[in-house]
Design a protein. Structure first.
Length: 314
């Protein structure tokens, strides 16, 4: 299925009409489908190719080496998580993936520094940490613009999200789905789920296999062009907007048999606010037809609850 395509350059053009048109397109798509493809997203091409190359180098290290970068006390939030450890909420079967996670580096003395564990340094891949730091900032920047458009769509101040996401608890995750070597027990590489965070920015041409669940209950493949990134609404934004914007269920399915021997890589950026941000439903999204659907919670409280549900936190 071709998801709606929006052009971030319209939002940043300085032309009020183009900007407003972008806001409407993005908001409508997030009410309907919860997913868009974004072109002119601002993540430099050479950064995308660097990160993919280094991620492939990392995952091709011997398992024993990678496991040295696994820190169970950090609940997978930094460093490496080995194959078969994470499962989707409500599912017993683990996903067929291994991944690496990179978090925020606070550079301005903000108190949130104490909340975040350090990133794990990967010694075997030259430039790895530097590339992840650069990509992290690039995703934050694109995500900030997209959230400004969302704020305008919701009738909020354009800069509503700016402060809560500054030094936010976002995660840059590199995922490897290894080749399938025998008849798999299930057709699923990553079981159906909704993302926890505000929005997710997903980069990469390797995106075949991603499917979303439509309102009609059908699974449809998401396709986007190599120069586009896929950006979807997560549960925190759905909760804040009292279900007005949709955190759409999605999954990753196995490729056809002739592609079993291939790996799949993907690099989602889960954009989180600081833990103190209130996710209490916005007044403007509550009315008699849409009574308040969630109790008040902060982003930090909600994240803890969700990490327990997916088996990463005890
Ligand atoms: O691998 C993908 O394309 C998507 C992964 C995903 O949905 C996730 O990690 O939340
Ligand atoms: Fe996801």
């Amino acid at each position: 299925m071709a998801i709606p395509v929006v052009n971030l350059a319209d939002f940043l053009s300085g032309d009020p009409q183009l900007k407003q048109q972008f806001v409407e397109q993005l908001g409508k798509a997030y009410e309907e489908t919860g997913f868009v493809a974004v072109k002119n997203h601002g993540i430099p091409d050479d950064l995308i190719s660097d990160i993919y190359r280094q991620v492939q180098q990392f995952f091709s290290l011997p398992t024993e080496k990678k496991k040295q970068y696994e820190i169970p006390e950090l609940a997978g939030q930094r460093g490496y998580t080995s194959f078969g450890r994470e499962h989707a909420k409500g599912s017993d079967a683990p996903d067929l993936k291994e991944f690496y996670q990179h978090g925020q580096t606070v550079e301005d003395g903000d108190a949130s520094k104490d909340e975040y564990p350090d990133n794990v340094q990967i010694d075997e891949v030259p430039g790895f940490t530097d590339t992840f730091n650069k990509a992290y900032r690039a995703f934050e920047k694109s995500g900030k613009s997209l959230l400004q458009a969302i704020a305008l769509y919701l009738g909020l101040d354009e800069h509503y999200f700016d402060e809560p996401i500054h030094n936010g608890n976002s995660i840059l995750r590199a995922i490897h789905y290894p080749p399938i070597t025998q008849e798999p027990k299930s057709a699923i590489r990553a079981e159906q789920h909704e993302d926890i965070n505000l929005i997710t920015l997903l980069v990469g041409a390797s995106a075949d296999g991603l499917q979303i669940l439509t309102k009609q209950g059908d699974w449809v493949g998401v396709t986007s062009l190599p120069e586009q990134i896929v950006v979807n609404v997560g549960d925190m934004l759905q909760r804040l907007t009292n279900n007005r914007l949709r955190s759409t269920t999605h999954r990753v399915v196995n490729p056809p048999r002739e592609f079993w021997h291939t790996s799949r890589f993907s690099i989602p950026f889960f954009l989180h606010p600081k833990s103190q941000m209130s996710l209490a439903c916005l007044e403007s999204c509550i009315d008699p037809g849409h009574p308040k659907a969630y109790p008040d919670a902060t982003a930090g409280e909600y994240l803890d609850e969700r990490l327990r549900e997916i088996g990463l936190k005890k």
